[in-house]
Ligand binder design. Structure first.
Ligand code: MN
Length: 251
């Protein structure tokens, strides 16, 4: 099982969460929302062999934290993983969209200069803007992964043409709109995620690697077993790791 987007550092006890990741979980991308959170989150990630930590600057914090961009630039050389980054166009963030785009473009330029990064990208209410920014850079260098994609099917097509992967979490398989999106994504572009602790499974936050529900849905869609679906997702992740020279192989 693979979790390409978990906010381990935002759980009440991040160390306990990292230490208790199930051995059945092969990989967790621990994303951060500010560059200043990277050092401590990266130290926590070292408590579990499955965890890689990404340096991020969440679009909803861009207005408040863009002064941390120089720190982001310094940190980008210490990891192959970047996120959570992106643009948010939902009503509370709309006012800062111009600034968010500038921050996102600066980050993309920085990743391109570093030789390409694996990037977990937020695009709520801004799928077109995210695609436009990605198109301006040589995305073939890096690997953009659209996390919890909820944009139009037209923009989905654009994103696929730009080489994007899509990380699918529990809320997507439970909604009509999420399912409509998943059905349009080729199996070789699909990854799984939890987005815990923001996403809950029942009354508890989704812990890293809790993607069983997503795999069951994918298994039904692809007419295979859940194990085969997990295998396909592992294959996709391994393909990304290999492209970025990362010595990690999920079986
Ligand atoms: Mn998130």
């Amino acid at each position: 099982m693979i979790d390409f987007h978990s906010h381990i550092d935002l759980f009440p006890d991040p160390r306990e969460v990292a230490r208790s990741i199930s051995p059945a979980c092969g990989f967790v991308l621990s994303v951060t929302t500010t560059p200043s959170a990277f050092a401590i989150t990266s130290a926590i990630g070292k408590l579990a062999p499955q965890v890689e930590t990404a340096v991020g600057l969440h679009p909803e914090l861009a207005a408040q934290r863009h002064s941390e961009l120089p720190l982001f630039e310094r940190l980008v050389s210490s990891t192959r993983f970047v996120g959570e980054i992106g643009i948010d166009g939902s009503p509370p963030s709309k006012a800062s969209m111009k600034l968010q785009r500038e921050v996102f473009d600066t980050i993309l330029a920085c990743c391109a200069r570093a030789g390409g990064r694996i990037m977990s990208i937020h695009s709520r209410g801004a799928s077109r803007e995210v695609c436009e920014s990605l198109a301006r850079f040589d995305t073939t260098l890096g690997t953009p992964i659209l996390h919890w994609y909820s944009g139009s099917l037209t923009d989905l097509r654009l994103a696929l043409d730009l080489g994007c992967y899509f990380s699918i979490g529990p809320p997507m398989v439970l909604t009509e709109s999420g399912i409509r999106i998943i059905r349009k994504i080729p199996p070789n572009r699909i990854l799984t995620e939890t987005d815990g602790p923001f996403v809950r499974l029942g009354k508890d936050p989704a812990r890293p690697g809790e993607v069983g529900q997503v795999l069951s849905y994918l298994a039904g869609l692809w007419a295979v077993t859940s194990q085969d679906a997990a295998q396909q997702v592992a294959l996709n992740a391994n393909h990304i790791f290999k492209k970025h020279g990362i010595k990690r192989k999920i079986s």
